[in-house]
Design a protein around this ligand. Sequence first.
Ligand code: BGC
Length: 761
Amino acid sequence: MTTDVPRLDIPALLAALTLEEKAALLDGSDFWNSQAVERLGVPAVMLSDGPHGVRKQPEEGDHLGMLDSVEATCFPPAAGLASSWDVDLVNRVGEALGREARAERVSVLLGPGVNMKRSPLCGRNFEYYSEDPALAGELGAAWVNGLQSQGVGASVKHYAANNQETDRMTVSAEIDERTMREIYLPAFETVVRKARPWTVMSSYNKVNGTYVAESRELLTEVLRDDWGFDGLVVSDWGGAGRRPESVAAGLDLEMPSSSGAGTKLILDAVAAGTLSEADVDQAVTRVLTLVDRVRDSLPTGRTFDREAHHALAREAAAASTVLLKNEGGILPLDPNSGGTVAVIGEFARSPRYQGAGSSQVNPTNLESALDALRTALDGRREVVFAQGFEVESPDADPELVAEAVAAAAAADVAVVFLGLPASYESEGYDRSHMDLPAHQIDLLHAVADANPRVVVVLSNGSVVTVAPWQDRAQALLEGWLLGQAGGGAVADLLLGAANPSGRLAETIPVRYEDNPALGAFPGAFGTVRYGEGLLIGYRWYDARKLAVAYPFGHGLSYTSFEHSGLTATVVADGAEPRVEVSVTVTNTGERAGTETVQVYVTDPEASVYRPEQELRGFARVALEPGESKTVTVELGHRAFAYWHEAVRRWVVEGGVFGIRAGASSRDIRQETTVELAGDHVVLPLRDDSTAEQWLAHPEAGAWLRAALDVDGEGGGMAGMLFDPHAGQMVRAIPLERLARFPGFPVDHDQIADALKKFNAS
Ligand code: BGC
């Protein structure tokens, strides 16, 4: 991208800056801007929320969504957008956000949020993509690529393991290493590797007792050394930790301004010799690199096309909606004929379109479903509205209920808009339960008693219980929070102007009590234990063979699809395996529609516990009626690997893997296998390694067999090692202990020598 703003000469600047100026550069200048160094021509750059719109505050700032911000397009928040499973769409939303940010001279947009949805009760789930790291990572990368193509930096957040709001600024998430690597880090890793974000935001919380802000392991060893991140780490607002320690750990920029406190702490630590000037220089280099990277966002006078962005928001909202059920094909409603449509529920008139907190956008426009339905039906079908309930009231209003029942009774169909009041879910606190307000459910029963032709449209940022009442609705549209154009999108879907294509990015469990984090979430006394390990979301429901209300990946269409011809071809084996999975999809219905083929991998022969199946790839395909297309998903090393805690790296265990392809995690249509050679893992031997581990070692095993004379007479203890019955028990004994037993043919000194020799090789 060309730009008029000159590039920074970073080495020259480093030489010219005083230590005081350098320390100041590591602090914000106010709520949203970095520091400028005017004498050297270093401009300040502005960082703003994010992620589903530009929340630029012209005057005073706050990070809690309380004060005003400029008008900007409010796209669907992540919970909705993720349900699109549409990498191209998310990329286009990212581009549009980039254009709006540039028009406002915002250089970094604070998103995307790729934390895992560990518990349905996390108050901020509306801002996160999924319970699955592969899906969150792919969508997050698409968003960052789109945004940064416009010269505006992303800030992937909240790194890492910030999966609850309770005690978010102090809680320690206690997570084992394998779970961290396989569940809580990969979405960040994918974004870093595939989209090279210019910034990452460190989270407020601790991981295993250390504040992320001060964790060299997370901010430098994993993020930079392992994944190759070459950008800047910014603190979450007010979460920079002990400043000298956080600079040394790899946290470059403290936001918002610490009013000089952070700068002084840094200077004092350098003077005392507890923080090196080299660490300061490195952080300053990263700040200057960011300023240089975002230079194209700095010129003023740019604009964006509000109408085009609103239209994109409408497209995104339609793609974000998931048709959960559609009995008897009640949807779509015929726009040209049929009786009165009763539209019931305050959400139809006053949409809940985004969540509360720092991501709150001031929309350029706001469509209600009620207005959009009236416009679309334009007198062809009568639309009658009944409010039904007061959104924030804990109680039913008998008059409103009676009015809704009367409207339903007199109508051909009742479209009932239910949802979570805004106060139920927000940044800063978690939900206490997963249910809709009881009076809304009572209303639904009353309406369905009056007219069984009921369609329910949900507005909720995180998953709600549907099992106890969903049989009262013939169709159920999960609308999440759909942004400013959600009303129009819902009308498009209800009337068939758009065909639903969303798929669940999170499981809808039957009841909250089925969730694996039950009891552990949100922890107590400053600690939350992730005892369920790898088994979050569908990994848990599958492992326990639990019934769910709607499975991960589920979503219906107004047409139908047939899957056929699954093939999985190993195109490369060895250290970097590549497997191509192809599926042919045919549109067997009468409308154009879009299917999402999901590819899950299983490892039935694993020597460690592995989840029943894991999403490793997906592909969307748009098809005209009768049309067929073949989609291909490529799987690489990581699709088959697990994190090996002993050698601390990813390992593919050679053998047979299952490849499942289908329309949801519980609608696997076809299955096949591939065989891979796998990685060669040699576990280093220790002085307490078991005989089994010694025998498994390629060289030490051969030495031990020879020393034990297993092919010769070697009876006694040595012979027992290979006894078909007792062998397993004996081989579990550390070799060094066996050597102490009377008559064992290898002694302690020989083992000590072997240990040195084979570990050195
Ligand atoms: C939130 C971040 C946000 C920041 C700035 C914090 O409270 O956790 O997501 O980007 O404030 O508003």
